[in-house]
Write a protein that binds this ligand. Sequence first.
Ligand code: GLU
Length: 309
Amino acid sequence: MSRTTRVPRSRHALRALLGAVALLAAACGREGSPPGKGPATDRLPVYQVAKDFSLPGSPTWTRAKKRGHLVVGAKEDQPYLGEKDPASGAYSGFDIEIARMMSASLGFDPKTIRFRTIASANRETALQNGQIDYYVGTYTINDNRKKLVGFAGPYYMAGQSLLVRKDEKDIHGPQDLDGKRVCSAAGSTPYQRIRADYPKAIPVAYDTYSVCVDNLLTYQVDAVTTDDAILIGYAAKAPDELKVVGKPFSKEPYGIGVPRGDNALRFALDDALEAREKNGDWKKAYEATLGLSGVPAPHPPAIDRYQAS
Ligand code: GLU
């Protein structure tokens, strides 16, 4: 996998652009103006922390209990899903809310979570070597990954899509990618799918999607491909420069990654997700985060309590 570590000179283009968008939003932050950067914090649910919760059958939970807090893997550059405020270090977004509601259900005050940014290509290793207790970050459940980690959920259904520049005329869907430079994150399912199913496209991999978007804005690639939920966030933050085109061309069920073999934790998270979907927390969390990009709350997909082989 080439080009995963080189940082291009254009790297600051997106940050500068998004910074300008945020400033503009802040300047217009009066009643009736569109929401600024980040989630609607005043509308975020407060999650009831479970009292006297105990999960002695889970080595991960037991270790976290001794430590006194959870360590959760996440993304930091995906608008409305997982974003880290560079000034305060605070994480926000729909995935972050899922992580926080799960923490409350496991008996840990969400305020005590230590988030760690883990790129797509490093998720399995992070879970395998105990660097994190669980992972919430646009993580597609699939059979290959199930051999390496466990998954609770799914808690959201995304689909692979394409992000292009607003002035792009030729690309309307994956059928138009022949000879085009298509950027995605190393180790992601969209990157694998482009290589396997669209062999005439020229795949380009970086560690993160925000570097891909930088490269798109500076005409170094022609498209960025990953889940619609992620791309819609980038497009919503730079609507004059970027657009999402075509229909989603895959199914990406998002799961919470746990260490493989810790079925007690996996099933406890399945129960917790189900309860939070039932009591309205899931929908409130969605509406205060991912829903801000303009897509109304869908029905969450059915939880899959699969039997690990
Ligand atoms: N959902 C896809 C995956 O898990 C793409 C998003 C990501 O890289 O996190 O690979």
